[in-house]
Design a binder for this molecule. Sequence first.
Ligand code: NAP
Length: 442
Amino acid sequence: MSQLRDAATTDDPKAIAGCEVPETFRAAVTLAEEQRALAGTPVDQRDPRKTVHVQEVPTPALEHGEVLIAVMASSINYNTVWSALFEPVPTFRFLRTLGRLSPEGARHDLPYHVLGSDLSGVVLRTGPGVREWKPGDEVVVHCLQPDLQTPGGHDDTLLDPGQRVWGYETNFGGLAEISLVKANQLMPKPAHLTWEEAACLGVCLSTAYRQLVSHHGANMKQGERVLIWGAAGGLGAFVTQLAVNGGAIPICVVSSAAKAELCRRMGAEFVIDRSADNYTFWDDQNRPRLGEWGRFRSAIRNLVGDDPDIVIEHPGRDTFGVSVMVVARGGRVVTCASTTGYEHTYDNRFLWMHVKRIIGSHMANYREAWAANDLVVRGNVHPVLSRTYPLDATGDATHDVSRNLHHGKVGVLCLAGQTGMGVRDHELRARKLDQINLFQAG
Ligand code: NAP
């Protein structure tokens, strides 16, 4: 392993790809024994700083169509929070299911789970049958692993019943020195970004793209008004940029003046600070406070003169009813999550009488992910990274996201010894540096 760590310090992809594949590597893991021990502990008393461990694990064998990546950097997604809390389902359950499918799947069913659904790094080895990528290529990873052994997913891989989220529903994720992915997850690393910047694109950017831009999501048009909850968060910061880039009008909802300022730096004119304006959408007996829902709708109308055509939903229970109410007649609410609770309450009269639509959205297919990544490659959309931790502090990084202490994304350095490595296209970076720096400033 020390050979690979030494090569990583040179930041030279050829030197990295020329290394022996080590027998073991360091990885951020959760442990099946701790999941069992915490079974009776309420979720709000669980802490990622105690359940995420960094330890040495054996390198998995490489099978047909697979690639081993020397991981330079990774980032925290909310699914890492779910894995670390063993909620809403312990991810060891996914690994057991995968393990029963085939001998290849059985490699994943282990008493530890290597977490992480994002990375940037260098192709270390390719397995049999891999044609499009070679050792030394600098890559980022799309998190969806399709299976496609039944007809269901052949129009859109999100409809594939055998699809899996790498690093959440599989083992050997990106929060590690080495990761195991399928070749059809790989995308080119934007050459003007550092390793840690590039590692915060995949999951949130591709999900934002499908939710807002794709015909599978809102199919946004120029001039449309887009209400974005959590507009300075991991997902929301990309939605905000995609809206601006596509000629739409973002209406950003955030909970602090600093986040409001970040939205303005990303080009948003209209921002609502839900904390400063003290919106309380539910009473203490969990009944909707309809006056507050109406106050929020009036605030939007006062700001932009009309109702939003699109609402980008992910907080879930706390906001969903409001989203259905405030979206314009004929508008669409596109939801990809339920961070505050899965059971949503909304007044259905707003939906059917005003012919609104609710659209479910999840991650992205490879084509959508590639299109989104390409916007970053060309310098139209930028990473928003609030802080970067070393691999040993992955639990702290996960804690930040679980407690909403960040904006944008939280990065993790894996083989990269320091921040700032990995930039190849200095000319494009110089042209975009003002925006990159502006978006990352706290
Ligand atoms: P994040 O970085 O933590 O951002 C979420 C934002 O939501 C926060 O910044 C916060 O913004 C806002 N928020 C939290 N509680 C809220 C509430 N009660 N009311 C209104 N806003 C609230 O997380 P993320 O990475 O953006 O992910 C957001 C959700 O999407 C997570 O549940 C994640 O699992 C999910 N997700 C799903 C997919 C998918 O493919 N289905 C992909 C990516 C993410 P303010 O405090 O500033 O308002």
